[in-house]
Design a protein around this ligand. Sequence first.
Ligand code: AMP
Length: 139
Amino acid sequence: MSEPTIFEQIVAGDIPARVVYETDTTIAFLDANPLAPGHTLVVPKEAHERLRDLPDEAAADLWAAVDELTPRVEDAVDADALTVGVNDGAAAGQEVPHVHVHLVPRFDGDGGGPIHGVAGGRPDLSDEELDDIAGRIEG
Ligand code: AMP
């Protein structure tokens, strides 16, 4: 068996965290290295590395928690907005291999940017390439 991730250890109560929300399937706690005051991680208790690995029910519970927590986190720190993000896979910057959703409070003039900056340079795609990609996603 692989080593339990740091988030499994938090779920198990083996290491401390500032838990702000908990149900049978989902937990949320403050990020230990916050990008902003109130930076919160929403985590399915069952260990799965990628969003694609999550069972339907765990995914539904995760997104319900995100929905419930976004206004609570924003209001708790009197933020102006919130960035919601998932680093889904190592190439996207995922460091902890256990699905988690970042809720990052945002403030007018905080010097940050929109999520449009996360993917590096923008590709120049032809209509044919766009049609092909759309078709493949549609399935
Ligand atoms: P990611 O790069 O999306 O995998 O983000 C992992 C996040 O987990 C980072 O923002 C870390 O600051 C956070 N983190 C790592 N260890 C802990 C911990 N023990 N408690 C709370 N947050 C943590």
